[in-house]
Ligand binder design. Structure first.
Ligand SMILES: *[C@@H]1O[C@H](CO)[C@@H](O)[C@H](O)[C@H]1NC(C)=O
Ligand SMILES: *[C@@H]1O[C@H](CO)[C@@H](O)[C@H](O)[C@H]1NC(C)=O
Length: 290
């Protein structure tokens, strides 16, 4: 490499690091990854069960602090075998069985087939497991698939992932990309969102701060939207994103492969995305009712 090119590359890299996501320098042969560097990721086992992230760890990750769990319910409704109404003791762990969870929404239930071009029976499903960044990838087996309930059938709606790995992040949502210049998408911007696990956000809401799998895994607090899905012809699931001005833009789904890992993002500016991150195939999601 010519010394001048090398110097230029070093300078561009340095300014990219210095100005982070605000930088708009051309970097045609400097492909950054849509994911941040792999260092200091929290393993899924440590954050999937939200119960064992300490408040200190939660603060570090920009997550809402947990309220202490008081035994309020047992105080007001003592269990049948209780012979005397015991006083509330916030330090005693509750032994009551978990109540059957209420459905988070009602709608058609099934799985999501992920494919490039027209779907075929050999195409993989969206997986019920996640990669190290807290993003959903693919699986070839139906038993490994994320089962979903569509929380709507027209307009943009949320999807409840009923067997996802993080029970308190039950929605299949969009998480604003770590390299984004802001939390808006447009046909002329590479900005993108990861497909991961989130809490629910209101239909029509722009990106808001909210708990999500990517932020738990990376410690990088990102904004989210869950009502990003629409049904097209043949039950194709398409993506959209609401910008801060309330305008909704349509996205295309991009398959991201890194080593043995795969995941998905969606972007409204596919050609800018490819300029930024390199060649990346457009994939499609199809809902398959079970
Ligand atoms: C968190 O909880 C999970 C599931 O109960 C357990 O496997 C894991 O070891 C726990 N992690 C820590 C750091 O305690
Ligand atoms: C796949 O998605 C792209 C972009 O959203 C769309 O243009 C194309 O028609 C879709 N293909 C199929 C087979 O649904």
């Amino acid at each position: 490499m010519a010394p001048l090119t090398m110097l230029l590359k070093t300078l561009i890299t340095a300014s990219f690091v210095a100005f982070s996501s605000a930088s708009h320098l051309p970097r045609s042969n400097l492909q950054v990854s849509p994911n941040p560097p792999c260092k200091s990721l929290t393993p899924l086992a440590a954050y999937a069960n939200d119960g064992n992230l300490t408040n200190a760890e939660r603060m570090k990750r920009g997550l809402a602090l947990k309220k202490p769990r008081f035994g309020g319910r047992t105080c007001s409704t003592p269990r049948r075998q209780d012979t005397s109404a015991t006083p509330c003791n916030p330090h005693l762990p509750l032994q009551t069985p978990e109540p059957t969870p209420e459905p988070l929404c009602t709608g058609r239930t099934g799985v999501i087939r992920a494919h490039a071009g027209n779907p075929s029976p050999g195409d993989p499903f969206l997986s019920k497991t996640m990669n190290a960044f807290g993003e959903y990838g693919t699986t070839s087996s139906l038993s490994g698939a994320l089962t979903v309930t569509l929380c709507g059938d027209s307009g943009a709606f949320s999807i409840w992932g009923t067997n996802g790995p993080i029970s308190d992040l039950p929605f299949l949502g969009g998480i604003s990309g770590a390299v984004n210049s802001n939390d808006n998408m447009s046909p002329s911007s590479y900005n993108y969102a990861y497909v991961g696990a989130t809490v629910q956000t209101a239909n029509g809401s722009p990106a808001v701060s909210g708990d999500n799998s990517f932020s738990r895994a990376t410690g990088n607090s990102r904004k989210i939207e869950s009502a990003i899905w629409s049904l097209g012809s043949n039950d194709q699931l398409t993506t959209s994103w609401v910008n801060s001005n309330g305008r909704e833009v349509n996205g295309v789904i991009v398959h991201v492969v890194s080593g043995t890992d795969d995941s998905f993002v969606f972007t409204a500016g596919y050609s800018s995305y490819v300029d930024m991150f390199g060649p990346s195939p457009i994939w499609n999601f199809s809902f398959e009712e079970l």
